[in-house]
Design a protein around this ligand. Structure first.
Ligand code: UD1
Length: 429
C-alpha cells in the first residue's frame, strides 16, 4: 500500500489549479445512462472514484472514450445489463447512482446494497422510498436492491426527503427526468453538485426547475439526448488548499475555483484569521496570518452551511489556533477517525458524542499515522505539512479516491511530500 512521507514546516507559496468536482462528476457520469446518444463531459477529475465509475459504465455496456485526460465521451447505446455488482459498490458507494438512471430508462435495476463505511452506516432507504413514490417496486434479494417500474416506466409524484440527502436527491432527479408526468422533490439537497447535475440533465433535454433550492420540480420527458457539459470546480479541494496555505503560514493563489460554492467555509476561515481575497470570479488569494489564528466553533450542516467534507481539515487547522474550538459533526455518526491520529502528532482533542473539543495551539510533531477515509486523509496531510519532522501516512489509497495528483500539486507550491510506493521506491506521482 502506498504511503506519503512529509517533511513538514514549510510555508506553501505559489499557484495551484483546482480540478473538477469529484462529487459532481460522479452523478454526471451516471446520468449518461439516461440516453442512447453521446454525452461529452469536460473537467472530469482524474481520480480513483471516477475510474471506478467509468468501469461501472463500461461493465453495463457503455462506450467511454477519453480524447483528453479530463474529457470523457460516453455513449450508453447498448446497455444490456442493469446491475451494479457488489465488487464495485463496496469500493465506491457512488455506484448507487446507477439505480435512478437504469430504473428510469429500462424499467429495472439491480444494485448491491452498500454496507456501512468508515464514516458510518450510510443507508439508502430514502432513495428507495422516493423511488416507491414514483411507482417502483423495491425488493431485497441476496444483498441486492432490485427495483422495477410497472409497465417499464416510472410515474411522476410528490416526493419528500425526511433528511437532506445529496446522492438521494441526485438519484431521484435522474429517475424523474424520464418519468411520466411531474415530480416534485421536497426538502431536496441544495449542494452545488445538484445544480450542476440538473444543468447537464437540462442540456440533455430534461425539464428541471429549482435545483439549488429545497423544492425541485421535474416535468418528465419521453427521452433524453446528446449534450456537452463542463463539471464545476471541486469546492472541497479548494477548501483543503485554503487550509493548506493557512496551516503552513503561506501565501497561495488558488485558480479555477468557484468561491461562492464554499462561502460558509471562507466566512469561517476569515473569522479564524485567515486572509482570503477574491481576485475575479475564479481565483482566491490566501495569506496567513499576521495576527495568528483564533479558535472558532463549527457545526457541519447541509449546504449552504459548513460542509461535513471540510470538518476533518478544519480540525487540523484548529490544532494551530489559539483557544478552544468545538467541532460538531451532525451529518455522519463516525466521522472523527482522524482525531486519534492527530493526537498521536501532539494535538489536544477530546471527543464527547458528536463533538470534538480542540485545544490549541499545540506544536505538532511528525509521526507514523494511518489514513482512514478520504477527508480524514486530507486532514492528516495538512497536519503533516504543519508538523515538525517527518510524517509517514499509511493507506493513502483513500486520498487517491478524491484528490487529483495531490503530491505533485503540493510539491509545486513548496511542500516536501513524496509518495512511497508498495515496493519502497519513491515517486513524485
Ligand atoms: C454525499 C457526498 C459526500 C458528502 C455527503 C454529505 C457524494 C458522492 N458524496 O454523500 O462526499 O460527505 O454527501 O454532504 O456526493 N441518509 C439516510 N438515508 C438515505 C440517505 C442518507 O439516512 O437514504 C443519511 C446519511 O446516513 C447521512 C445523511 O443522510 O447521515 C446525509 O447523507 P447524504 O447526503 O445522502 O450523503 P451521501 O449522498 O452519501
Amino acid at each position: 500500500m502506498d504511503k506519503f512521507l512529509i517533511r513538514g514546516g514549510k510555508p506553501l507559496k505559489g499557484t495551484v489549479k483546482i480540478s473538477g468536482a469529484k462529487n459532481s462528476a460522479l452523478p454526471c457520469l451516471a446520468a449518461t445512462l439516461l440516453t442512447a446518444e453521446t454525452v461529452t463531459l469536460h473537467n472530469v477529475p482524474y481520480v480513483k472514484d471516477l475510474i471506478t465509475q467509468r468501469r461501472l459504465l463500461e461493465d453495463l455496456g457503455a462506450t467511454v472514450l477519453t480524447p483528453e485526460l479530463h474529457t470523457q465521451k460516453i455513449r450508453a447505446a447498448n446497455i444490456e445489463i442493469y446491475e451494479a455488482p457488489y465488487e464495485l459498490v463496496k469500493t465506491m458507494r457512488a455506484s448507487v447512482l446507477a439505480l435512478g438512471p437504469l430504473l428510469a430508462r429500462f424499467g429495472q435495476a439491480k444494485v448491491s446494497l452498500p454496507g456501512g463505511c468508515a464514516i458510518g452506516t450510510r443507508p439508502i432507504d430514502l432513495h428507495l422510498k422516493a423511488f416507491e413514490q414514483l411507482g417502483a417496486t423495491i425488493s431485497l434479494e441476496s444483498g441486492d436492491v432490485v427495483a422495477r417500474a410497472p409497465k417499464g416506466r416510472l410515474t411522476g409524484a410528490e416526493t419528500f426527503f425526511e433528511k437532506v440527502s445529496v446522492t438521494g436527491t441526485e438519484n431521484v432527479l435522474m429517475a424523474a427526468s424520464l418519468a411520466k408526468g411531474k415530480t416534485t422533490i421536497h426538502n431536496a439537497a441544495r449542494e452545488p453538485e445538484i445544480e450542476d447535475l440538473a444543468e447537464l440533465l437540462n442540456k440533455m433535454g430534461a425539464k428541471i426547475v429549482g435545483a439549488g433550492t429545497e423544492t425541485i420540480t421535474i416535468e418528465g420527458v419521453e427521452s433524453l439526448g446528446a449534450a456537452e457539459h463542463t463539471i464545476i470546480p471541486d469546492r472541497i479541494e479548494t477548501g483543503t488548499f485554503i487550509i493548506a496555505a493557512a496551516i503552513t503560514g503561506g501565501e497561495l493563489e488558488i485558480q479555477n475555483c468557484q468561491p461562492q460554492h464554499l462561502a460558509a467555509v471562507i466566512e469561517k476561515l476569515r473569522e479564524v484569521g485567515v486572509e482570503i481575497e477574491e481576485r475575479g470570479q475564479n481565483t482566491l488569494f490566501v495569506k496567513c496570518c499576521k495576527n495568528g489564528l483564533q479558535s472558532k466553533d463549527v457545526t457541519t450542516e447541509p449546504h449552504p452551511r459548513f460542509p461535513t467534507d471540510m470538518q476533518a481539515q478544519y480540525m487540523a487547522l484548529m490544532t494551530q489556533a489559539e483557544g478552544t474550538a468545538a467541532v460538531v459533526e451532525t451529518i455522519f455518526e463516525n466521522r472523527f477517525m482522524h482525531v486519534g491520529e492527530l493526537i498521536r502528532m501532539g494535538a489536544n482533542i477530546q471527543i464527547s458524542g458528536n463533538t470534538a473539543i480542540v485545544k490549541g495551539k499545540t506544536n505538532l510533531m511528525g509521526a507514523p499515522i494511518l489514513a482512514s477515509d478520504l477527508r480524514a486523509s486530507a486532514s492528516l496531510v495538512l497536519a503533516g505539512l504543519a508538523a515538525a519532522g517527518e510524517t509517514l501516512i499509511d493507506r493513502v489509497y483513500h486520498i487517491d479516491r478524491g484528490y487529483e495528483t495531490i503530491v505533485k500539486k503540493l510539491n509545486e507550491i513548496g511542500a516536501d511530500i513524496e509518495r512511497i510506493t508498495e515496493n519502497l521506491t519513491m515517486s513524485a506521482e
